[in-house]
Design a protein around this ligand. Sequence first.
Ligand code: HEC
Length: 167
Amino acid sequence: MKSISVLAAIAAITCLSACGGESPAAANHGDDPLPNGMTVKQQIEARQKNLKDLGAAMKTVGDQMKSGAPSLDEIRPAVQTMKTHAAEIGNWFPAGTGPESGIKTEALSKIWEDQAGFQAAAQKLGEEANKLSDVVTGDDLAAIGAQVGVTGGACKNCHDNFRQKKE
Ligand code: HEC
């Protein structure tokens, strides 16, 4: 009897340190399968890679606009990358891929608590990236610059609400 209650006490203590929601040693769900066939870890890493690509493309466009002599040959392919990713971003955050996964992520739980708000923010980026893609078919640099700014605002809008702030 005594040994059983000791085991139960150990189990309770282990759970206090490993099962507590706020514990940094949260259970690792990285290998859990998602409905799309990827594991949680694969999904998180894939979206982070895509977001890095999106960030790099945005930087290329921004750097060109600031350069004093923007090259449309540099800007146009980067905008295509942005448009492709922007159309998909709403699909990169399936349930289970938040901070509770135990995988390093800057995605806030609010994404799943306010799916409508998150999907609206994703949709907004899609619309603005499409407009940017249209405007770069021409060579009106003032119009392109303005739409780059609006598109950047759509990134910021989502980050402000759904991405962990930098310390
Ligand atoms: C609908 C919401 C949303 C929109 C719109 C959005 N992002 Fe993000 N972004 C996120 C979230 C959430 C993360 C954190 C993802 C993670 O860590 O798993 C993130 C992370 C990133 C990262 C870091 C990736 C890494 O892991 O190193 C970059 C770079 C980035 N976003 C760039 C952009 C740019 C540029 C735009 C606009 C063109 C944009 N994002 C638009 C939600 C969004």
